[in-house]
Design a protein around this ligand. Structure first.
Ligand SMILES: [Zn+2]
Length: 504
């Protein structure tokens, strides 16, 4: 069976759209998880775009062993040299060269004639091919370009050494049958097409990115470019989990495979959402909170009798933690450790101690501790102990009077410092009290709350964004108490801001 190469661009197209700067360590954390997920190629960034991006791509290239690490470059010598500089130590580096190919982009943005574009594609792919045999070429805006011109560009790029040729639907304009047709037409109109893998890169402006990618697979594409949770420019990219699960669920129609370890999908989705601050919509296919939830009585009845009556995918297959009761107040260290191992966490002694304390704390407040709770708690612990400031104590009074908050923080110098403030509401008061201690000017730009599990004693998760000097940082916090979760999220964002400052 043919293997479809999964090319993930969460760290390039996705990060570009996040409106938030991920630091090197955060990008590396995502890259390591993508490797665990089994993606074939990780597009780690666009090295010429900023020194920070260059450093992140370099770090990822030095740490990733299994997946190929790819760097993006425009069709010019400077971009390509910088891209190569960033990835040259990677195990299997790839340079991705792109150039505008539609009349509208060539005339109004690039100010070059088709002949000049063709010549640049030829010479710049050849330049990249001097560094590595793993070169990808993309004619940008291919779906709005003249097809004859795309064939010439692709043929020239392959002749110059491109081993992957990518057809991007840059503006999300194509329809599935049309796009599938364009891809299959390459095999009839490009003489040397067999020497390269045909790839596709679809955007979701009309909600068709996944459908277009699947049509392309039918048309003979051997690589699909996608992102976790479908994040990316504007309406986003084709979502990795949807493409992969469609292929896997409909093996009767797609005679192809992917190397994705599907049981890592849910964890990867959560990590990307946490780090980028992009919430996953509840009804999102595969990874949304409701993706495996049955509300209709008839459906519930069916699923209880036989899951397949209304479930086309077993939730465990994509790693969704079960929300059935697993642990409670009486569960001991050993049982907790075992459960963590089953969920895929192997914590060191110190981390385990913190996690177990937090679990006991939670079990006191909440009768039933589910896998989802544990997962959220571990993610939270990791963020709390990774930071410079820790929230020690928090007290809030609100109601009819004046909302007041008192906080006690464990500071980087080892000192405990406390302060108090009034606010327009309890969360405002908490943030003001924290500001009096941490003293970093910033503004809150986004604040969202959601519950991880059901019931009044559910764990609430708060995701926030703060902005300082034009750069935005995300923070996440989880707790059965929403105000405490908000305080944790704020500490998390502040710690990120401070860490960035220390990086220079
Ligand atoms: Zn894109």
């Amino acid at each position: 069976m043919k293997n479809i190469i999964i090319f993930d661009t969460t760290l390039r197209d996705g990060e570009q759209a996040a409106g938030t700067t991920l630091n090197r360590e955060e990008k590396l954390e995502i890259a390591l998880q993508l490797e665990k997920l089994g993606v074939d190629v990780i597009e780690a960034g666009f090295p010429i775009s900023s020194p920070g991006d260059y450093e992140a791509v370099k770090l990822i290239g030095s740490r990733i062993r299994e997946s190929s690490v790819c760097a993006l470059a425009r069709a010019n010598v400077k971009d390509i040299d910088r891209a190569w500089e960033a990835i040259k130590d990677a195990n299997n580096p790839r340079i991705h060269v792109f150039i505008s190919a539609s009349s509208i982009q060539m005339a109004h943005q690039l100010h070059k004639s088709p002949e000049e574009v063709l010549e640049l594609a030829r010479t710049m792919v050849a330049h990249a091919a001097r560094y590595t045999s793993n070169v990808e070429f993309s004619p940008m805006d291919a779906t709005r370009a003249d097809h004859g011109f795309i064939y010439s560009l692709v043929e020239a790029a392959i002749a110059a050494g491109a081993t992957t040729v990518n057809i991007p639907d840059t503006v999300g304009y194509a329809m599935p049958d049309e796009f599938g047709g364009l891809v299959s037409s390459l095999f009839e109109n490009v003489a040397n097409i067999q020497k390269a893998v045909v790839s596709v890169h679809c955007h979701n402006d009309l909600g068709l990115a996944v459908a277009n990618s699947l049509a392309a697979v039918k048309g003979g594409a051997g690589q699909v470019e996608c992102t976790i949770n479908g994040i990316g420019e504007r309406a986003g990219n084709a979502s990795l989990e949807e493409v992969v699960m469609a292929i896997s669920t409909r093996q009767d129609l797609y005679d192809v495979n992917t190397g994705i370890h599907t049981e890592q999908i849910y964890r990867t989705s959560r990590l990307v959402s946490e780090i980028t601050g992009f919430q996953v919509q509840p009804n999102k296919a595969i990874v949304g909170m409701n993706a495996f939830r049955h509300q209709s009585g008839i459906h519930q009845d069916g699923v209880i009798k036989m899951p397949k009556t209304y479930e086309i995918i077993d939730p465990q297959k994509v790693g969704v933690p079960s929300s059935s009761l697993v642990m409670g107040k009486l569960s001991g260290r050993h049982a907790f450790k075992e459960r963590l191992a089953e969920l895929g966490y192997n914590l060191g002694e110190e981390d385990f101690k913190h996690a177990f304390d937090a679990f006991k704390d939670l079990a006191d407040k909440k009768k039933q501790v589910t896998d989802r709770d544990i997962e959220s708690l571990i993610a939270d612990e990791k963020r709390i102990y990774a930071g410079a400031y820790h929230l020690e104590k928090l007290q809030v009074t609100c109601g009819d009077g004046i909302p007041t908050a008192a906080v006690m923080l464990n500071c980087p110098d080892g000192e405990l410092r406390g302060d108090a403030a009034l606010g327009s509401g309890p969360i405002d008061a908490v943030y003001k009290a924290i500001n009096r201690i941490v003293k970093v000017p910033n503004s809150l730009t986004e604040f969202t709350v959601k519950s991880i599990t059901e019931g009044l004693d559910a764990i609430g998760e708060v995701l926030i964004r703060i902005e300082s000097q034009g750069i935005s940082y995300t923070g996440r916090g989880a707790d059965t108490d929403i105000i405490t979760a908000s305080a944790k999220a704020y500490m998390n964002a502040l710690n990120r801001l401070l860490a960035e400052g220390n990086n220079g």
